[in-house]
Write a protein that binds this ligand. Structure first.
Ligand SMILES: Nc1ncnc2c1ncn2[C@@H]1O[C@H](COP(=O)(O)OP(=O)(O)OP(=O)(O)O)[C@@H](O)[C@H]1O
Length: 258
């Protein structure tokens, strides 16, 4: 199966010194990669580097089999969606209109949305349990409501590859689980996804694979069940950790408080 994303030896940064120091990552359809690591370690930089949004990157980045530099931006936006950490909605747009912006790479010459586009946007809002946001003014929304709209915008884009930067930040626990469950359902149907997360237990529950990133390098990467281990998480965060088995069989990780 052709990789949706393939980076080899990715170096990327903003100033003189690289933040990413040679990351290799291959993501295929049916895979949800969680990227875990301490603050400032390069997780968002990895997503931005993949998308070509940084002052400089070295190494190779291939998206759907083609070098990133050879993609036309609009063509790429039909295949790859990015859900950033935050956004400031321009004034005067409703929740539905903000979500519909995800359809723009698919629209024709005049940029007019069709009934199908609107139906799709409403269906995604419904699926995420936030249909009530459709008619709300974007600038009035809370942090969590904005996050749900960002995710909805990424999903209506109908990408082959979805890149999510902390999609669960600001969400209550029900919306965290709801959002990742919807992403995972699409991954099971053939989407490929990369999600920067801070919650190890959400990664354990929803990811198929994990990349542990520390100081711009991969500490470990691979299938979630083999890579997520207490000792590795201790090395990742520099903190004593505990692991327990829930009655369901799920592994639960927590920092050791004392
Ligand atoms: N626009 C920028 N210009 C210069 N340096 C930056 C810029 N954005 C990020 N950095 C630096 O790059 C490093 C990695 O940042 P990045 O945002 O990738 O970290 P992260 O792992 O996503 O962190 P967090 O978990 O805190 O979101 C940090 O040292 C940060 O200060």
């Amino acid at each position: 199966m052709e990789a949706l994303l393939d980076t080899q030896g990715l170096l990327a940064g903003y100033g003189a010194a690289p933040v990413l120091q040679g990351v290799d990552l291959t993501v295929r359809a049916h895979e949800l990669w969680a990227v875990l690591g301490p603050n400032g370690t390069g997780k968002s930089t990895l997503l931005r580097g993949v998308l070509g949004m940084l002052p400089w990157t070295r190494g190779t980045v291939r998206l759907l089999g083609r070098e990133r530099a050879r993609w036309d931006a609009r063509e790429l936006a039909r295949r790859v969606a990015w859900v950033p950490q935050t956004f400031e909605p321009a004034e005067g747009f409703s929740g539905l209109e903000l979500v519909l912006m995800g359809r723009s790479p698919h629209l024709g010459l005049w940029g007019l949305t069709s009934e199908r586009d609107v139906a799709l946007a409403r269906a995604v809002l419904e699926e995420l349990g936030v249909a009530y946001l459709a008619d709300r003014p974007g600038e009035e929304l809370s942090g969590g409501e904005r996050r749900m709209l960002l995710l909805a915008r990424g999903l209506v884009q109908e990408p082959a590859l979805l890149l999510l930067d902390e999609p669960t930040a600001f969400l209550d626990v029900a919306h965290q689980v709801g959002a990742l469950a919807r992403v995972r359902a699409r991954v099971d149907s053939g989407l490929g996804a990369v999600a920067v997360l801070h919650d190890v237990n959400l990664a354990a529950a929803f990811a198929t694979h994990v990349l542990l990133l520390r100081d711009g390098r991969a500490l470990a990467q691979g299938p979630v069940d083999t890579v997520l281990e207490r000792e590795r998480l201790e090395a990742l965060y520099g903190l004593p950790m505990e692991m327990a088995l829930a009655p369901s069989g799920a592994r639960l990780f927590a920092p050791r408080a004392r």
